[in-house]
Design a protein around this ligand. Structure first.
Ligand code: DON
Length: 586
């Protein structure tokens, strides 16, 4: 059996790359991606797709050694923590969606939590103004990390090979190092990293920046990974916890031993929706991903997209109007389910979507400011911050399918590129700035321009609302797609773009991943377009009353798999917006 793989043929040239976050969108290239006619990578037995070829290879080797999709996904994620420090992580959190070959699905949630000492207005000054950068940069932006607990839990519960074996490739990559490409070396020069001495020392050699071709070794991280392999619990309850808190409290982080000790992973029921012949299995709260995706698709079911040309003005218009409405509900209703009663069934009901769809005009944009939610379907949106309910119960995505047909969609995040930019010096890894995903102040947008409601206010031990949307799609009950992406608030529309292009748009999975994206999030009332949307289509959209924003270059990074319904062959769509990712299959 030979390995199939392919690196991106498309090279991005300038600035920070598409794997990083919307916050850096302006810095990205404006080049147009060639996407029509691009073909997916094919494999018969197993496939791993991620933003870094060394991580995809690590996952592929684990599959070849007899590991299942969870073993492989966990190995890939730990490898990304080494080779993709901009987003891969030990100091962040994430979601792992698993569907096993016998048809069961589960969602492993290891979202970061606000420290116990956090308060609703902690990022506001005495006058109630937002303190610049406070929730996005530095020690006070860090939320209690969940990645180590989540990956260890997934491996222990659903893996076959055990943590030691699946972490081994990451340890090797950290101790032997790997040669940096020009793009990776450039990423490590980020100026905010230099503001934190440990980050400056580790990633920038105290100002003697790494150059293309140089080998980047991370001995502290290798040692930390060895310790996690030996006892992951030590990260939350033992010596490692003590060292982490000592490192972080030096800089004023609120995270204590109690925060780490109380951290727990939760298995939740995925959101399940039906769209035409497809079953959508996706992320439940504390992600907004599944609810927003399914409610947008429910609205779109009322329109015959298959009769429209992919990326034509009507195609973009109808999908945008569905996004606008689903994001309006996101802003008002969604937050940590342990702190809010979320009307999930109502939000994803077909009747509600049908009522929403009636307000869409075929050739006219609906101004967001005038949008009225159909009456009689939802309870009143919360107007104050939720309190804990009684016990009811920069980001990167990878997709894996194994030879048995088990599938994993795994998205993990540091939030911004390099997260808070703070490195736990002795342990050698970066910490998230996930606190910015909360509502720092009502009516004020976060780093992704998302305006969010009281349901997502900061509270001790609460999880910030996420947009991460790891998604698995079935067609007539059989595994058909594994989808996901980074991209901040644009993740959900990225997954929707890819899914709709691959189905109604009849593109192959590679074309669907590469095709220019469009995004609308209710507020600001703008239709964001990636480069590559035909200028006549842009004119038609303007004529319909859409306010276009073309200034953000490329965003997101879809790493997806399709299964050929006739042959069962695995087809990978690796995002050509990034130059060092790959699909690796056998
Ligand atoms: O959980 C979320 O929605 C964000 N923290 C994701 C951030 C992200 O995708 C940034 N990378 N592009």
């Amino acid at each position: 059996m030979h390995t199939v793989r392919r690196f991106s043929s498309f090279l991005l040239i300038s600035g920070l790359l598409a794997s990083s976050c919307a916050a850096h969108a302006q810095e990205r290239d404006k080049a147009v991606l060639a996407w029509r006619g691009e073909q997916p990578v094919r494999a018969k037995h197993g496939m791993v797709v991620s933003v870094h070829h060394l991580a995809s290879d690590a996952g592929l080797n684990i599959l070849r050694e007899g590991g299942n999709a969870v073993d492989s996904a966990v190995a890939t994620a730990f490898a990304l923590a080494v080779v993709h420090p901009i987003a891969g992580n030990l100091g962040g959190g994430g979601f792992l969606l698993l569907r096993t070959h016998d048809g069961k699905s589960t969602f492993i949630e290891f979202r970061e939590k606000a420290p116990l000492a956090a308060t609703e207005t902690m990022y506001q000054d005495a006058k109630g103004n937002i303190i610049p950068d406070a929730s996005t940069l530095g020690y006070r932006s860090i939320a209690t990390p969940g990645s180590v607990a989540g990956l260890a839990y997934a491996e222990r519960t659903y893996g076959k090979l055990g943590l030691k074996r699946v972490i081994a490739p990451a340890i090797k990559l950290a101790s032997d190092g790997f040669a940096l490409t020009a793009e990776e070396a450039n990423e490590l020069t980020e100026s905010d990293l230099a503001r934190f001495p440990e980050s400056r020392s580790l990633f920038q050699r105290d100002g003697k920046f790494y150059r293309a071709g140089e080998v980047f070794k991370q001995p502290q991280l290798a040692r930390t990974l060895e310790r996690i392999a030996a006892d992951p619990d030590d990260f939350y309850h033992g010596k490692m916890a003590q060292e982490l808190v000592a490192d972080l409290s030096k800089g004023g982080s609120l995270i204590t031993r109690d925060d780490l000790a109380q951290y727990s992973v939760v298995e939740r029921k995925p959101i399940i929706g039906e769209y035409r012949d497809y079953t959508i299995i996706s992320a439940p709260p504390p992600s907004s991903g599944g609810i927003v995706l399914v409610s947008a698709l429910n609205i779109l079911e009322r329109f015959d997209l298959a009769q429209m040309k992919d990326r034509s003005a009507p195609w973009i218009h109808f999908i945008t109007e569905a996004f606008r409405r689903a994001y309006m509900d996101r802003a008002e209703y969604l937050g940590d389910p342990d702190f809010n009663r979320i009307p999930t069934a109502e939000l994803i009901s077909k009747d509600y979507a049908a009522a929403w769809s009636k307000s869409i005009e075929p050739d006219r944009a609906s101004p967001s400011a005038a949008l009225k939610r159909p009456a009689g379907f939802l309870p009143l949106a919360p107007s104050t911050a939720g309190t804990r309910q009684k016990e009811s119960p920069d980001t990167t995505h990878l997709s894996v399918v194994d030879a048995e047909g088990n599938a994993v969609a795994l998205t993990t995040t540091l939030n911004d590129s390099f997260g808070s930019h703070v490195t736990a010096g002795s342990l050698g890894f970066l910490l998230n700035d996930e606190m910015d995903d909360f509502t720092s102040k009502l009516g004020t947008p976060n780093m992704y321009g998302l305006i969010q409601g009281p349901a997502n206010a900061i509270a001790p031990g609460k999880r910030p609302l996420s947009a991460m949307t790891p998604t698995i799609v079935l067609e007539d009950g059989k595994l058909r797609y594994v989808l996901g992406s980074p991209g901040g608030g644009r993740i959900i529309t990225t997954v929707a773009n890819i899914f709709l292009s691959a189905t109604a748009g009849k593109l192959n999975i590679q074309e669907a991943v590469d095709a220019p994206r469009f995004h609308h999030q209710y507020l600001p009332d703008k239709l964001y377009l990636e480069p590559g949307v035909d200028s006549r289509v842009q004119d038609e959209l303007r004529d319909m009353g859409h306010t276009l924003d073309l200034g953000d270059g490329h965003w997101s990074n879809g790493e997806c798999i399709a299964i050929d319904p006739k042959t069962g062959e695995l087809l990978a769509g690796h995002d050509h917006r990034s130059s060092y990712g790959s699909a690796a299959g056998y």
